[in-house]
Design a binder for this molecule. Structure first.
Ligand SMILES: Cc1ncc(COP(=O)(O)O)c(C=O)c1O
Length: 293
């Protein structure tokens, strides 16, 4: 179910550190197999990682449930919130997240900045992963002993080596305030309304298959689909000619496509706060052109 960015760094680090990664199964409709996930956790598990919302199917995972089982086994939980934080209220304490990562550019903010949240007591125990200015309290040479003593700065500076992305932080802060002003519950309900409106209509098109769970209450505003006889890239190009932008391909989630959905690729319609019902109508008009092809 994961975006490559929650697979590849772990694979790289496993080779460096020598730990084992276990992958949980995903049901054919793209929902998580909770029993399988939970059966993979044991007292040797250090960390359970999963996305809060899939960027392919829009499936919302019950991270609270996974967090509880992870903690019962003495493990931590890291959540990829790249597709949840921009679209819904996320309470790290209520959901039991030890770590949460998300990107600025998916929530109306600038590129090149994101957020990595960690529980204070966990971060206190962790060593810095990067060295440089500002992340130290003291750097002191001892001429007699020929050594250099370094002590780390307090949180969060311990993890913020070098000059930070100041412009990015200002931009992201403006985006956060804007979204908070709209109200995250309103953001989610707007997207869910458009998704329901679109999926109900798409299902009436004979040549179209909508992937992912049929229970829309378990997902947010992302609709992966295919058109019979056409590659996802052809579908996206066709829509592009009508001024409708879709994404096509693996969406950086090749295992989900190949192992679970059994697809080479998919086309994906997705909604955010700026999309309207009229735009869904336009999308449907173009989709209906496929019936004539
Ligand atoms: C679920 C998910 N995780 C992680 C990422 C990676 O985000 P970024 O490209 O900002 O590192 C994305 C988006 O590409 C995503 O959709």
């Amino acid at each position: 179910m994961e975006h490559h960015s929650n697979i590849v760094p772990w694979e790289i680090t496993a080779k460096l550190k020598g730990f084992t990664i276990k992958y949980a199964k995903v049901n054919p409709d793209g929902t998580l197999d909770y029993d399988d996930f939970e059966s993979k956790l044991c007292n040797k598990t250090k960390i359970a990682c999963l996305s809060h919302v899939s960027n392919v199917t829009g499936v919302i995972n019950d991270v609270k449930r996974i967090g509880k089982v992870a903690h019962d086994n003495g493990a931590l939980m890291l959540v990829d919130g790249a597709q949840s934080v921009p679209h819904m209220k996320v309470d790290v304490q209520d959901l039991g997240m030890d770590f949460l990562a998300f990107s600025g550019h998916k929530m109306l903010g600038p590129t090149g900045i994101g957020v990595f949240y960690g529980k204070k007591e966990v971060l206190e125990k962790m060593a810095p992963f990067q060295g440089g200015g500002e992340m130290i309290k003291e750097v002191a040479f001892s001429q007699e002993q020929g050594t250099c003593g370094i002590s780390w700065n307090e949180l969060p500076w311990k993890f913020e080596a070098g000059t930070p992305n100041i412009c990015g932080a200002v931009g992201l802060s403006a985006a956060v305030k804007y979204l908070e002003g709209l109200g995250m519950d309103n953001v989610l309900s707007h997207e869910k309304t458009l998704t329901k409106y679109a999926v109900e209509r798409m299902k009436k098109c004979g040549k179209v298959t909508v992937y992912g769970p049929s229970d829309l209450s378990k997902k947010c505003g992302i609709i992966p689909f295919g058109v019979k006889g056409l590659s996802s890239h052809d579908v996206a190009l066709f829509f592009d000619n009508y001024g409708v932008m879709l994404r096509s391909g693996f969406h950086c989630a090749q295992p989900l496509h190949e192992q679970v959905l059994k697809l080479q690729s998919s086309a994906r319609a997705s909604f955010y706060i700026y999309n309207t019902q009229e735009e869904v109508d336009r999308f449907m008009e173009v989709l209906k052109e496929f019936e004539q092809l």
